[in-house]
Design a protein around this ligand. Structure first.
Ligand code: SAM
Length: 239
């Protein structure tokens, strides 16, 4: 059950479409309280549903790139730590990076009992805060739909840089040729032209995601049709 006042606060926290590249501004606006942030990130506010959907994401990671107990993992666009809370119990260290300090503030509260976690605020698009060869797995989930194409590719290039040789990468988005993807498309389509918000969801094609990972230097690039209607592309940094 979503509190209706939270729904209302979320509706009034939206920047206009012209601000799409102003990611910090757009996502700070959507993170001023935990309920609004949870709605923006996951579409619901209760902890039980957050946990359930996070399990679904972890299952997707396990079935595509694998999750190992000795992995040092980075999530790009980690939001309120929806995935980080349970995933940090299954790896050596979990890093969450996000452009929004407000999202990270909520993540810090939710992760306060997880000592093997670190949150990092990104100054701009890219992973300049992290050195070369730092991670075994870099993933980015339900973020590409909010980014412009060039920024999606930038994160693929940056994931390649910060992964160790042999490290794995996972990125996802919705695509219009699945039933779930079409529903998301129709939600975006329903906005009047002059009221489209900056974070409005935009799809990727399988070839787009495959091209980004291949051009960024990854090998073993694969595209996966996921159970929830999303598509994911995965790759490995050569040894
Ligand atoms: C829909 S939420 C998904 C959060 C998280 N990945 C999850 O699955 O729960 C999108 C997140 O991406 C972050 N974000 C938006 N633009 C970004 C950018 N350019 N770089 C990094 N993070 C960004 C937002 O602040 C927000 O936390």
């Amino acid at each position: 059950m979503i509190p209706s006042d939270a729904q209302q606060r979320w509706q009034t926290s939206r920047a206009p479409l012209g601000d799409r590249s102003a990611y910090k501004k757009v996502w700070e606006l959507q993170s001023h309280d935990l309920d609004v942030a949870a709605l923006a990130v996951a579409g619901h506010t209760d902890e039980a549903t957050l946990e359930l959907t996070a399990r679904g994401t972890i299952d997707m990671l396990k079935s595509t790139v694998g999750v190992e107990p000795e992995d040092v993992i980075l999530e790009i666009g980690c939001g309120i730590g929806r995935v980080g809370v349970p995933l940090s119990k299954e790896c050596l260290h979990w890093f969450g990076a996000d452009i929004s300090s407000g999202m990270l503030r909520h993540a810090a509260t939710r992760l306060r009992e997880r000592p093997n976690t670190t949150l990092v605020e990104l100054s701009t698009v890219g992973l300049q805060e992290f050195p070369l060869d730092s991670f075994d797995l870099v993933y980015c989930t339900i973020v590409f739909m909010h980014l412009l194409e060039w920024d999606r590719y930038r994160y693929c290039e940056e994931a390649f840089r910060v992964l160790r040789p042999g490290g794995r990468c996972y990125v996802d988005n919705f695509t219009v040729d699945t039933e779930t993807g079409w529903k998301i498309f129709l939600e975006s389509y329903s906005y009047p032209i002059d009221r489209r918000p900056a974070h409005i969801s935009m799809s990727s094609s399988r070839e787009e995601l495959r091209t980004y990972l291949t051009r960024a230097g990854f090998t073993e690039v694969r595209v996966h049709d996921l159970a929830n209607g999303l598509i994911a592309a995965t790759g490995r940094k050569p040894e």
